[in-house]
Design a protein around this ligand. Structure first.
Ligand code: PA5
Length: 426
């Protein structure tokens, strides 16, 4: 569950006008009347996903673990960040022997990265999962050209059993290629946009392949789906988060800085930035989503947050319990002068660092929110990601924006096609 708190400086946002607007958004959302409502497939996905579908993902994941030492996931944007966010939150910090390693490609275009990746794969057994809803995005297509060629050279006809395609049911070059080559296929549902697709095969297959419980992830999302659908506006934290960030935006706080103390959440921040930035940043509007990792960035960006231009607010994303921890121990000589905190765990240190930071930034005029989850596990992460997706829809609708299209991203993609003189785009 998510616990939302906010600084006293943020006055109650739920005046009668705001309540009426939110009620209308809620009604439109669940009756599918709002802008972009063709893309609301994610809204009841956790509660409607079939057991057969989950089992099929789990079976493919099991097969991948048997076949491979490394799974290379190719994708960009929403076809990359969901799996990356969940895996970074759940995987150990350092590689473990006998555990499938999940690596990513096609999320940028670096020849150096791709060349070194191909070299790294030598001597390891590999499976590739290429993910692209449209099936025609340039960056993953480039990476796949190299990786499919590599797979064919290494495995010959057997490469087809080691390449899995996640794409549209009907459209796109990738769909056609999968058919021709006989690759196993998973579908990105028509009514789920890239950045809302983490609970579909887009996110679930890489997450399951790495050995994490997608049932627990979906349970967490399902719990969130039920909680925020049923809670009245005033007790609905997903709606409150949207309403507060909207009120701050109207007051001139146009940058939201997500701040974490657990570095494993840094890709949840990247996913969140894509979700909110791509959903809201349109028509000259939208809060700019930024992120910092504390305490690291307290020694750099902390200065700006404390004392720079006053157009930002800070949202802490906190974890109550650490999965693993260490305690500071006493030394007889106390050369580093740390004996005064002997007995303190590092998680306790971070809780104190959070309090100290929050007080300092508050006195510097930075309005603050905190979102706290209990621990880093599949259930909590599933709940959190659904919470964000729902809040984002409310937040964009409060701005009068369609949360589910991305005309700016399409413009970039088409410009690249034009510059590269792709047939049909010259
Ligand atoms: O959220 C979105 O729609 C985008 O960020 C896409 O996910 C991204 O551009 C990748 O598109 P595709 O999955 O079609 O390759």
């Amino acid at each position: 569950m998510i616990n939302l708190t906010y600084s006293e400086a943020i006055e109650s946002v739920m005046d009668a006008n705001m309540k009426t607007r939110l009620q209308k958004i809620q009604d439109d959302l669940y009756t599918k009347q709002g802008a972009g409502s063709d893309f609301l497939g994610w809204l009841d996905w956790p509660s409607s996903v079939s057991d057969d579908f989950i089992t099929k993902i789990e079976e493919t994941a099991k097969r991948i673990r048997k076949q491979a030492d490394v799974l290379v996931v190719i994708g960009i944007g929403g076809s990359y960040l969901g799996a990356k966010a969940v895996l970074s939150s759940l995987e150990p910090y350092f590689p473990q022997e006998d555990k499938l390693e999940v690596l990513f490609a096609g999320h940028q275009v670096s020849g150096e990265y791709l060349k070194q990746l191909l070299a790294y794969l030598d001597g390891k057994d590999v499976v590739v999962n290429i993910i692209s809803k449209s099936g025609k995005t340039t960056e993953p297509a480039i990476a796949f050209r190299f990786l499919s060629d590599y797979m064919e050279q290494r495995y010959g006809a057997g490469a087809a059993e080691r390449i899995i395609v996640t794409t549209d049911a009907e459209k796109g070059a990738l769909r056609q290629l999968a058919e021709t080559k006989g690759y196993e296929r998973f579908v990105v549902p028509d009514d789920v946009g890239g950045r809302y697709s983490v609970f579909t095969a887009v996110g679930l297959l890489p997450i399951a392949a790495a050995g994490h419980s997608i049932r627990q992830l979906l349970e967490g999302a399902k719990q969130a789906e039920a909680v925020y659908k049923d809670a009245g506006i005033e007790s609905n934290t997903a709606i409150q988060y949207a309403a507060i960030r909207h009120q701050l935006y109207v007051q001139g706080y146009t940058t939201e800085v997500s701040a974490i103390f657990e570095p494993k959440l840094s890709f949840v921040q990247e996913w969140w930035k894509q979700l909110f930035g791509e959903s809201e940043g349109k028509e000259g509007k939208g809060t700019f989503p930024a992120s910092v990792v504390f305490t690291t960035d307290l020694h750099s960006m902390g200065q700006y947050i404390q004392d720079g231009k006053r157009n930002l607010f800070e949202t802490f994303l906190l974890v109550n319990e650490a999965n693993e921890d260490l305690e500071i121990f006493e030394t007889p000589e106390d050369g580093d002068e740390l004996n005064y905190i002997a007995g303190l765990s590092l998680q306790e240190f971070n809780h104190i660092a959070h309090k100290g930071t929050a007080n300092a930034h508050l006195s510097g005029g930075v309005p603050q929110l905190s979102l706290t989850i209990e621990r880093l596990d599949e259930h909590e992460i599933g709940h959190l990601l659904y919470f964000y997706m729902l809040s984002c829809a409310y937040s964009a609708y409060l701005l009068g924006i369609n949360p589910f299209d991305q005309p700016g991203v399409e413009e970039y993609k088409n410009n690249i096609f034009k510059l590269l003189k792709k047939p049909g785009f010259e």
